[in-house]
Structures are given as C-alpha cells and as structure tokens.
Design a protein around this ligand. Structure first.
Ligand code: PLP
Ligand code: SF4
Length: 342
C-alpha cells in the first residue's frame, strides 16, 4: 500500500537518476503496493518479456490504491489482454523502419526532422507504438551525434529539430548540452522541440542543469509533454506539486508547453476524462495539442477506440470547452505528409 501523504516537492537538482534506477519493475509488487494483489492472476506473459513493466514512484503515488481501473495503473500494467493476437495490430505500426535513416533521424514531414535521441524511457506505456522498435541500435547517440548532425547541417530545408525517442530527457545533461550546442551552430535551424513524458512521470528530471543548458540555446524552444489523464497532473484534488514546479520552471525559461495524448479505451474515452485532462493541463500552463488515435501496434488492440466514437467525443468536448482547450484528433498514416486529422 502506498502512503497517502505526498512526497515533499523536490528542489531543482534532486537526484532524478536515483529515482529512475528505483523505478518499480515488478508487477506483482506494484499490485501489492496498491492493495490489488488479486489482479496478479491477470498479468501478461509476453508483455513482461519483451517490454517489461517500468514505472517511477512519483507516478505510482498518483494512482488510487484499491482501484483496479485506475487510469494511471492501466497505462503501465502489462495485463493478459496484451497476449491476444489481433489481425492488423503489428510490430511497426507507423512505418518508422522505412523512414528512419541510419543516423537515427526520422524525416517524414516538411521542415521538421525527428531525432531518435535514445531508446530509454522512465515509464513503459503499454500502448506505445515504439514497444517493438529496435531502439538500442538505431539512436542518434549511438554514433555520438556526428552523422545525425551532418545530415541536419546539409539539409537546409530543416528548420525544426524534434528530440524524441524513447525519451530524450533520459540522456544526461552533459550529453544534451553537447547536442544542443551543436544544434545551435547550424544556422538554418530555428526551433528545438523536445517530446518527453519525464516532466509528468519523473518531474525531478527538470533540474537546474537541464534548465541552464536549455536557456543557453538561441533556438525557439517547445516542450511537448505527454499526459493522458488529469490524474497524472493532480494529487488529492490539487496540482501535483513536483510536476507543477517542473512545468512552471520550463515556462519561466521561455518554453512553449504543449501536450499530446493518446485516446485509450478504459482510460480517457469519456468527455469527463478528456475535459478533465484539458483543464488540468491548463492549470499547469500547458495547452492540449494532439489527441492521437492509437497506432495499431501488436498487444494494444484492447485500447482502441473506434473513429466514430472518437469523433463524437470531440464534438462533445467542443461544446464544453473553449476552443484552445480542445486538442486536434489525429492519426499517424504511413506515407502521409503530416499527422492526419480525423
Ligand atoms: C509527429 C511527427 C512530427 C511532428 O509533427 P507535428 O505535426 O509538427 O507535431 C515530426 N516528425 C515525425 C517523424 C513525426 O512522427
Ligand atoms: S516513448 Fe513515450 S509513450 Fe512510448 S513508452 Fe516511452 S514514454 Fe511511453
């Protein structure tokens, strides 16, 4: 059972690496911490082997003890639904293997290049389209950035670099500083975008070193965080203190903050959940950007919401919220020139 009292807010510079190392990796122990031992009978076999459970304590503390349907728990717990093979749900659901160059650079859209900076994540999300992706080999860091940077330098059509992964903020400040300095030196680049779930799931990562290396960059800066449910941002009815502090520090350092979410059956497929997410994001200075239809990756079929239901949810959301709190409902279509609106 987890304790009900919140952890004290971590000062900037708290040791995020230790929290990373101590992330829970044993599903049976996680269930026991939440008083849900009986759910152990429904754990997946396969999911444990090729994409094991991983979840930091900071995220676990926002789960509701005793609730088998907790929306945070369901995002990370490998359950036996994953073992079901469903036609159409495949390993490389978004055609990344074809678009990825040897340097760990993915270029699918005009003006933007996405760098697979690393394969690691602080949390393993069961619906992730990258769960079967061969990251260890195909990251830009594997070649010490040189080849990836050379590709960006020679392609003058690229004005925005997106650090993705895996989770790019799982890299050390030293590695990130080296990368960001090199990007600063490429004249045609204007914007640095970071796609990361860490400010939400392990907010101690936003430490003083990270803030100062980013502040030093001349580039426009955007962070796209990833939360799927308002409970990821709150605890006991108030904003989660550490996450609020991390996001506010990023904002004060000139970052534009956006959120991408995935529409997930049983987790956020109600107008209450989606409106609650948008409002919780806005409370922390983040605007909703994309709501993604699930990528059809093997093991994630049970999370899928049909397009017609998704469109109906968005219509209800528009009738409840100001336009700037309604995300764009999109899907990733292999070969398309942008995310595809639904
Ligand atoms: C999603 C994605 C982007 C970013 O698209 P935006 O619509 O600009 O957010 C860029 N490159 C790749 C390969 C992507 O998958
Ligand atoms: S890439 Fe993002 S969605 Fe996928 S497991 Fe890592 S943090 Fe989760």
């Amino acid at each position: 059972m987890i304790t009900a009292s919140p952890l004290p807010a971590q000062p900037a510079g708290a040791d995020w690496r230790q929290q990373w190392r101590e992330a829970e990796r044993d599903p049976v122990r996680l269930l026991s911490r939440l008083g849900l031992d009986s759910l152990a009978a429904r754990l997946a076999d396969d999911g444990l082997r090729d994409f094991p459970l991983r979840v930091p304590a900071s995220f676990i503390e926002r789960m509701r003890p005793g609730d088998p349907d907790d929306p945070l728990l369901r995002q990370v717990l490998p359950m036996d639904d994953e073992d079901r093979l469903v036609p159409g749900f495949v390993s490389d659901a978004v055609g990344d293997s074809a678009a990825l160059t040897a340097n760990g650079v993915l270029q699918k859209y005009h003006g933007r290049a996405l760098l697979i900076a690393t394969g690691s994540c602080a949390v393993h999300c069961r619906y992730c389209f990258r769960r079967h992706f061969p990251y260890a080999e195909e990251t830009a860091a594997a070649g010490h950035w040189a080849a990836a940077l050379e590709q960006l330098r020679t392609d003058k059509s690229v004005s925005e670099v997106i650090l993705s992964g895996g989770d790019p903020l799982s890299l050390s400040n030293a590695k990130l500083a080296e990368l960001v300095e090199a990007l600063d030196g490429i004249p045609h680049l204007r914007t640095l975008r970071i796609h990361s779930r860490l400010p939400v799931v392990l907010p101690a990562r936003v430490d003083a070193g990270l803030l100062s290396l980013l502040r030093a960059s001349r580039l426009h800066k955007v962070v796209v965080v990833h939360a799927n449910h308002g409970n990821e941002l709150r605890m006991a009815g108030s904003p989660h203190a550490e996450t609020a502090a991390a996001l506010s520090a990023l904002r004060e350092h000139g970052f534009t903050l956006l959120n991408q979410a995935v529409l997930l059956r049983g987790i956020n497929d109600s107008v209450e959940a989606l409106a609650g997410l948008s409002e919780a994001l806005f409370d922390l200075g983040v605007l909703p950007y994309y709501l993604h239809q699930l990528d059809r990756v093997r093991g994630a079929a049970h999370f899928e919401v049909e397009d017609a239901a998704a469109v109906e949810l968005l219509a209800q959301l528009r009738s409840r919220l100001p336009g700037y709190l309604v995300p764009k409902l999109v899907r990733e279509v292999p070969g398309a020139e942008s995310k595809t609106p639904i």
